[in-house]
Write a protein that binds this ligand. Structure first.
Ligand code: URA
Length: 417
């Protein structure tokens, strides 16, 4: 068996065998297949797809590329994951909120992918926060304070870590086989029993239509069941960015505000919807509306915010930044955006806004690129709102004057009034 034959088979739209898929995954993880060969195969999968049997094999191989955690001594452990979005800071809010209700949350998150942001890049904008702790420490944290959020730096689904970075740099992200294997391998390896998945659709999501999101959900649930995990999908819109802030530390600040009770409606809808399903799946409450009330109670009594501070402190982060968000480093240039028109905003393309944030440095073009935590866009006005001619519709946060000015001009064009 060799990689050229496997690439040729997928290039010619043929089905790969279990052995061929496993050969690719294990050899690539060990560094025996070059990045350019793996890229070619990934692109063939992206273009020609996979059968459900191939997707299941791919997921299992990716799980077996590393360790699988046994979290059974921690009771029912719950996890959540999003299929990707722009301005999606839901994990930063939902994980501590659910944990504050007494449900252990053990979460392995990803970094930014394409034009979407990643929880790990956001957490890394908090000085000192360690996303690459040891497995034992990860388990210990969940045991001690009921929550841990880590990145893929440990030996959990290492194949996904490598393939994820490749997909990002070759623009091969929005593919059902690649998304399912990426998400489910991480979830299975991290040992959670119950998984709630936020399957997004719209311009800022990888699935552009509701039908595609339904199709993705079907496969995610099927693979989850095969792995013996209770898996539920909640389909949510991602036509325009979620909330106001897009960019790493800007989103952390918005999440902190939410946890302090200053909740933006669209973010609140997604947080409550997903959270109420997580509580139900964990068998801690069948009534979704009551679950939402319990969640709101823990926002208003400060327990969710306290849990977030505990999480940050426990993973080495500087809590003074959480207590006083003015401490986060600001971008050098904060530029006003005005469009000199009045009327209702008809649309605001999330994918294009995500790409503008990548241009500012909030995401990566090459897999080795460093993220600039302070840059991004804050949308003061969004779809459905009425604006007057001299309203400031957004702010662009940039560390480069020319790039900032370019983004201001391009952002103006995205406001359809
Ligand atoms: N999140 C992931 O972890 N993987 C994907 O492919 C998409 C979103």
């Amino acid at each position: 068996m060799n990689i050229q034959e496997i690439i040729a088979k997928k290039r010619d739209k043929k089905e790969l065998s279990t052995k061929e898929i496993d050969f690719f995954i294990q050899s690539y993880t060990r560094g025996e297949i070059e990045d350019y060969q793996a890229s070619a195969l990934i692109m063939c999968i992206y273009i020609n797809g996979m059968t459900e049997r191939e997707i299941t094999d791919l997921t299992i191989s990716m799980v077996n590329s590393g360790e699988v955690l046994d979290m059974s001594d921690l009771g029912t452990v719950i996890d959540k994951h999003s299929t990707g979005g722009v301005g999606d800071k839901v994990t930063l809010i939902l994980a501590p909120l659910i944990s504050s209700l007494g449900l252990p949350v053990a979460k392995m998150s990803g970094r930014g992918l394409g034009y979407t942001g990643g929880t790990i890049d956001k957490l890394n904008s908090i000085p000192g926060y360690k996303t690459d702790i040891e497995i034992e420490q990860f388990k210990e944290n969940v045991k001690k304070i009921g929550i841990s959020i880590i990145g893929q730096t440990m030996n959990l689904a290492p194949a996904d870590k490598k393939i994820y970075a490749l997909r990002d740099s070759i623009n091969a992200v929005g593919s059902i086989p690649l998304i399912v294997s990426s998400i489910m391998s991480k979830k299975i390896a991290a040992g959670a029993d119950k998984i709630v998945l936020d399957v997004t659709y719209g311009s800022g999501a990888f699935m552009k239509t509701m039908e595609q999101a339904e199709e993705l959900s079907k496969v995610l649930v099927k693979v989850g069941k095969l792995a013996g995990k209770d898996t539920e999908c909640v389909i949510t819109p991602m036509e325009q960015p979620l909330g106001k802030a897009v960019g790493n530390s800007l989103e952390v600040i918005e999440a902190i505000e939410f946890l302090k009770g200053n909740m933006l409606e669209d973010v609140k809808d997604v947080v409550l919807e997903l959270g109420s399903h997580m509580i139900k799946l964990a068998k801690k409450g069948d009534d979704l509306e009551k679950n939402k009330e319990r969640m709101l109670e823990n926002i208003f009594n400060g327990k969710a915010f306290d849990k977030f501070k505990q999480l940050v402190e426990n993973q080495g982060g500087d809590v003074s930044y959480i207590e006083n968000t003015d401490k986060f480093e600001k971008a050098k240039y904060i530029m006003e955006v005005k469009i000199n028109k009045s009327g209702e905003i008809k649309s605001l393309d999330a994918e294009k806004i995500g790409n503008l944030c990548v241009l500012l440095g909030a995401g990566r073009i090459k897999k080795e690129d460093k993220i600039d935590s302070s840059v991004g866009i804050v949308l003061e006005k969004k779809t459905g709102e009425y604006i007057k001619e001299d309203d400031i519709v957004a702010y662009v946060h940039s560390n480069d004057k020319e790039i900032g000015e370019e983004v201001v001009e391009k952002l103006k064009e995205l406001y359809c009034v």
